[in-house]
Design a protein around this ligand. Structure first.
Ligand code: NAG
Ligand code: NAG
Ligand code: NAG
Ligand code: NAG
Ligand code: NAG
Length: 546
């Protein structure tokens, strides 16, 4: 070590000794909205961010015409639909975040209410849907000229409203779907490839369901936490064995489609502890009976509660909290600083065609580490209702991309309560405000990383122009999730903390961190890596864990 280097560390440590505490991230109305596109031609019912900073979006193919033509004058024939025997419009687009441009993509089969996940190689592998799409597997590789590739009969069972998750061994599991009380894997390892899951029939309210798009999370022990309706299990999917049954959420109201609430696995932290804890947060939904009442024109107020549980606890219990407002069909998005954004949705009714009312325009920030009772902060409202079939994803620059909303069986722009939305907005959380620029880290090296391994010490260099508190510097990893129907599949944030922060001069710092110790914590694949200082995240860089 050179003498100047040691000297800079000493000076730096002296500076640290007199840090004021942590600036508070609140103001009267938090966050800003930006209209990115008035129309991308397709309603963004499903969204996935890819490692080239493009977002793939799609709705369904039996909607009638969209507002975007297929490329090169292409058309698909649709003999089963007499109203539209030939469809020359696109039902999928790729949105380029960096240039704010989009291009039409071609899905050959019906992707309506399907599911997906990014495989470890970075390809989006997407499954199921309706009619001719229900057993399809579709692959989208991230490249500027790529289009969908489809695999007929790629699924063993028909899957509509299923949930997918990436596993520690790099496979993808697909759980449930309408009238499918089972799961399967991609790639297939055994010929039959369907494994019974009675929990899904036990949680299937007759005539309503309330168990679709189950909330699935990979627990730190490698088992899957599966929530449907109002309760959850821990599944050892290798041995097809339920290893734990969790209590019902107090009150017993359903939280799954069509009583659509949302859920997240809270950021995993203290990753060097011998026993790592995992917590799940479920928010909103619709009281029992809401769907059937909404069909009769009676729109019952949504649930205003969240339920939080440490799923790794030997005696786990749900702890209830109250949101500032009731919400159904809201999305929950984990931010790089570990906070949870609750966004979109309605104040009454249920999921399903025309069944939502009272759009909730204000997002709410949930602060998991604050005292219970002071965890919710209402954010600046948008002006565009985002009802049934809306979606959101976190972008690499820290903004949240918001799109979709189409509660109609067609594209209807007039004569309806909530016109089909083709616009894209971005919500910039308060951490993006210029007043925090002095705290904000800028990653200067590396620009990206491929082939990083688990259990390794690595470092990242950042510039921070203001005073640095090394105790409030953290490296976080965010998995790019697949969002549809108010749930982000495969959503995962790991807070790696830091091993040490050393000054390199010129406001540049080296931050050493250790990658997660197991694939149960972080399955191989692409992640966004952020450096967070005093709750202010840098822009992310793409890293690939191998
Ligand atoms: C979609 O196309 C229809 C018919 O051409 C038009 O009336 C409508 O304004 C368009 N909507 C948007 C949001 O582009
Ligand atoms: C699947 O159905 C859609 C209509 O939903 C149609 O446009 C498309 O051509 C069909 N594709 C195949 C491969 O049959
Ligand atoms: C919605 O669009 C469809 C297809 O264009 C049309 O048949 C239907 O009448 C529209 N609904 C309303 C309420 O305008
Ligand atoms: C701190 O980081 C440096 C890299 O700048 C590394 O060489 C050193 O081993 C780290 N020290 C500790 C205590 O982790
Ligand atoms: C700091 O910045 C100045 C001016 O840009 C440059 O001359 C100097 O070499 C830099 N020092 C270090 C240690 O990077």
């Amino acid at each position: 070590m050179s003498p100047t280097f040691i000297f800079s560390i000493l000076v730096f440590q002296l500076l640290f000794a007199s840090q004021p505490c942590h600036r508070i991230l609140t103001s009267a109305a938090d966050g800003r909205w930006q209209l990115l596109q008035k129309s991308i031609g397709v309603s963004a019912m499903h969204m996935q961010l890819l490692r080239n900073d493009r977002v793939v979006m799609f709705d369904r193919t039996d909607f009638g015409k969209s507002n975007l033509s297929l490329p090169n004058g292409k058309c698909l024939s649709n003999p089963t639909n007499t109203a539209l025997p030939v469809d020359c419009t696109a039902h999928s687009v790729e949105y380029n975040v960096l240039t704010n441009e989009f291009r039409a993509l071609t899905v050959q089969t019906d992707v309506w209410c399907s599911s997906g996940a990014i495989m470890p190689d970075g390809n989006l592998v997407q499954t199921g849907g309706f009619n001719n799409g229900t057993r399809r597997v579709r692959v989208f590789s991230p490249c500027s000229t790529c289009d969908w590739q489809e695999i007929p009969n790629g699924l063993a069972a028909k899957r509509w409203y299923a949930t997918n998750h990436i596993l520690p061994d790099g496979r993808q599991i697909i759980v449930g779907g309408r009238r499918q009380f089972n799961y399967e894997f991609i790639p297939k390892t055994v010929a039959a490839n369907t494994f019974n899951l009675p929990f899904l029939s036990e949680t299937n309210d007759r005539g309503v369901e309330n168990n679709l798009y189950p909330f699935v999370f990979l627990n730190v022990d490698g088992n899957l936490f599966i929530f449907a309706n109002n309760r959850a299990i821990l599944l050892d999917y290798v041995n097809n064995k339920v290893v734990k049954t969790y209590p019902t959420i107090p009150g017993g109201d359903p939280r799954s489609y069509p009583s659509t609430g949302s859920a997240v696995l809270l950021p995993l932290k203290n990753l060097k502890a011998p026993a790592i804890q995992a917590e799940v947060l479920v928010c909103g939904g619709a009281p029992k009976g809401s769907y059937l009442q909404a069909l009769k024109g009676n729109f019952i107020g949504a649930l205003n509660t969240c339920a939080r549980m440490t799923i790794t606890d030997p005696n786990p219990q749900w702890v209830m909290e109250t949101m500032p407002m009731a919400r159904v069909m809201s999305d929950m998005i984990l931010l790089p600083n570990g906070k949870v954004l609750i966004i979109n949705g309605a104040g009454s009714g249920s999921a399903g065609w025309e069944l939502g009312r009272d759009p909730v325009l204000s997002p709410v920030m949930y602060l998991p580490d604050h005292e219970i009772g002071s965890r919710f902060e209402t954010q600046t409202p948008t002006t565009i209702p985002r009802m049934y079939h809306s979606a959101v994803v976190l972008l690499r620059d820290g903004r949240v991309l918001v799109g979709g909303s189409n509660p109609h069986a067609f594209y209807n722009f007039t004569g309806v309560l909530f016109p089909t939305e083709l616009s894209l907005e971005a919500f910039s959380p308060v951490y993006m405000d210029a007043e925090f620029n002095d705290l904000r880290p800028t990653i200067v090296a590396p620009k990206s990383m491929s082939g990083i391994q688990i259990r390794k010490k690595l470092s990242v260099q950042v510039v921070i122009t203001g005073k640095v508190d090394p105790n409030l510097v953290s490296v976080t990893m965010v998995a790019p999730s697949f969002t549809t129907h108010s749930f982000s599949m495969n959503q995962r944030v790991l807070d790696l903390g830091n091993n040490n922060v050393t000054a390199l001069g010129n406001s540049t710092y080296n931050i050493e961190y250790t990658t997660p110790r197991s694939y149960n914590l972080a399955p191989a694949g692409f992640y966004l890596l952020f450096v967070v200082h005093q709750d202010i995240p840098s822009q992310g860089i793409w890293v690939k864990l191998r």
